[in-house]
Design a protein around this ligand. Structure first.
Ligand code: SF4
Length: 325
């Protein structure tokens, strides 16, 4: 069995821009532009970037909830982009999603039992008795109780609703969970509880996670490796420890500079992210980050840097390191 569970190559999603009275195509928004990465079995890959960087579109393309424009997604040895709808439905048993807003993703008219049973019905798993038994088991696994099964989503707190969302994702015993900003809508005090729960579940069930977030602070403890995206491209990817201790890309440095440090004795002489994200429909030439980069050189405005291995297992797309390749 291959150690790599998911391999993504040259993944692209271009949304057409139309204009004029005939709504002719006049360009593309390159929401995801040539992204490649892999995820090993049992590890957590964090994907981080500001909103609009393409991280959620990437997550959805992995499940083909958004169709890729181009590229390859190999999951457990199968090329997902070539599967038909029926084949893809079978794969979704093994790849599940946890969403940012648990309230929006849980049907308010269904009881928790109906919500959790649904994926089993869709995939034809178990009879009614077995399904109900699994609902109770999963509620307990995520720190709720069997008696919660008859309640409705509005009767729970935000943190409890996210536990229900996680239980639903686990119902079909998936191999990979794509968690798209799973704690961003929660109070800070609840965030760590949900993160701890996700870590415990990973250890218990051998799960593999892709954890999407806009904040490097959130993914720090849960991720084995982290990829940083900017305007549809990966600009840095490496192990969690290398990224946090020795970031190479000026954008990663600036993102890290925006993570609050609870220790008042720590010097605040850090790069801080300034300026707005450029319009994705009209990205800057050369390095897309050059309009906000304090280390910008002449070449950065002309030539786009390619993602390259600057140090062992540490990839970055930046002209600063071209001599060291
Ligand atoms: Fe900054 Fe140039 Fe590196 Fe882009 S390529 S991040 S503009 S130094």
């Amino acid at each position: 069995m291959s150690k790599v569970l998911l391999k993504v190559e040259n993944l692209k999603k271009y949304f057409p821009i139309t204009g004029g009275i005939f709504s002719k195509k006049i360009g593309d928004v390159k929401a995801v532009d040539d992204v490649s990465f892999f995820v090993k079995r049992g590890e957590t890959l964090g994907i981080v970037g500001e909103s609009g960087c393409g991280k959620s579109t990437t997550g959805r393309m992995l499940m083909r909830l958004i169709e890729p424009t181009e590229g390859s997604v190999i999951f457990d040895g199968k090329e997902l982009t070539e599967l038909n709808d029926t084949e893809m439905r079978i794969i979704r048993k093994d790849v599940q999603m946890v969403y940012q807003d648990p309230y929006a993703s849980l049907n308010p008219r269904h009881t928790v039992e109906q919500i959790l049973e649904e994926p089993l019905i869709v995939h034809g798993m178990g009879d009614k008795q077995e399904r109900r038994k699994r609902v109770k088991e999963m509620l307990e696994v995520v720190g709720l109780s069997g008696y919660h099964a008859k309640r409705y989503p509005h009767q729970f707190s935000g943190g409890q609703r996210q536990r229900i969302g996680i239980a639903r994702a686990l119902m079909t015993k998936p191999k990979l969970i794509i968690a798209d900003e799973p704690v961003s809508a929660l109070d800070v005090s609840i965030q760590s509880q949900v993160l701890n729960l996700l870590e415990d579940l990973q250890a218990e069930f051998g799960l593999t996670y892709i954890f999407i977030a806009h904040d490097l602070g959130v993914v720090k403890h849960i991720s084995d490796r982290v990829g940083v995206m900017y305007l549809g491209r990966l600009v840095e990817i490496t192990t969690s420890s290398k990224l946090y201790e020795h970031p190479l890309h000026p954008y990663t440095e600036a993102l890290l500079g925006s993570v609050p440090i609870p220790d008042p004795t720590v010097s605040l002489d850090r790069e801080i992210l300034t300026g707005d994200l450029p319009n994705p429909a009209d990205p800057p030439q050369g390095c897309a980050f050059h309009t906000r980069c304090k280390k910008c050189m002449d070449i950065c405005k002309i030539e786009r840097p390619q993602l390259a291995e600057i140090e062992p297992d540490h990839y970055a797309a930046c002209h600063l390191y071209e001599q060291s390749i």
